[in-house]
Design a protein around this ligand. Structure first.
Ligand code: ADP
Ligand code: AMP
Length: 214
């Protein structure tokens, strides 16, 4: 199955994509994770991306599209994939549509995880990520078993630089201006499924599984 998870930053896309990826045995592709790994390893891509990420802006389409292009060509994407955080602009969505059509395929479904801005702010302020494996937790809604330690790999968990309140506000603005129009883009193509993401993680997960019929 070829899926896109759409939604505001902090809506729970990564949380749901991790679970779905295990359930469906297809890779979870997060452009945010790819950028963060590049930043951690001080690559040229990481240096360029960091300038935008720190300001709550989107990384330019050209750069973002080229990393997705490389990733989708890898063997493990043959039987499907879950895109989390891509596309985030209409040109990115147009690129993806064209690239998949050229390969004789298309996206099956786009799941829009819909969450109000007030809830998003609560979620991002408490988000903690593992410095080693990238697993995501929340201080209140999904705490680690041991304080500050990842449940999966025992490395330390930290707050993301771009989860500071002032960056969160600009990321939400960016989302409304540049990413929200994708809801109409995929709705017109008959691909859009919507899940109200305000429920707890497990409830949201059940709702995602239900709309997808998996
Ligand atoms: P995204 O990938 O959309 O940016 P995440 O999956 O990282 O969002 O979730 C943002 C934060 O909210 C994380 O700290 C996560 O643990 C928490 N979270 C995710 N889904 C829910 C939910 N349904 N209820 C409460 N907290 C959630
Ligand atoms: P995320 O982990 O999905 O919240 O992404 C973190 C940051 O990476 C975003 O705020 C953007 O600056 C950048 N980013 C991730 N995906 C994209 C994308 N598809 N297009 C442009 N920028 C992106």
């Amino acid at each position: 199955m070829k899926l896109i998870l759409l939604g505001a930053p902090g809506a729970g896309k990564g949380t749901q994509a991790t679970k779905l990826s295990q359930k469906l045995s297809i890779p979870h592709i997060s452009t945010g994770d790819i950028f963060r790994n590049n930043i951690k390893n001080s690559t040229e891509l990481g240096k360029k991306a960091k300038e935008y990420i720190d300001k709550g802006m989107l990384v330019p389409d050209e750069l973002t599209i080229s990393i997705v292009k490389d990733r989708l060509m890898q063997d493990d994407c043959k039987n499907g994939f879950i895109l989390d955080g891509f596309p985030r602009t209409i040109p990115q969505a147009e690129y993806l549509e064209k690239a998949l059509n050229e390969m004789g395929t298309d996206i099956d479904h786009v799941v829009n995880v819909s969450v109000a801005d007030e809830e998003i702010i609560k979620r991002m302020s408490g988000r903690r990520v593992c410095t080693n494996c990238g697993a995501t937790f929340h201080t209140v809604f999904n705490p680690t078993k041991k304080d500050g330690i990842c449940d999966n790999c025992n490395a330390s968990v930290i707050q993301r630089d771009d989860d500071k309140e002032e960056t969160v506000i600009s990321r939400l603005k960016t989302y409304h201006e540049q990413t929200e129009p994708l809801i109409g883009f995929y709705s017109k193509r008959g691909k859009l499924l919507t899940v109200i993401g305000r429920e707890e993680i497990e409830e949201t997960s059940k709702a995602v599984i239900k709309v997808l019929g998996v």
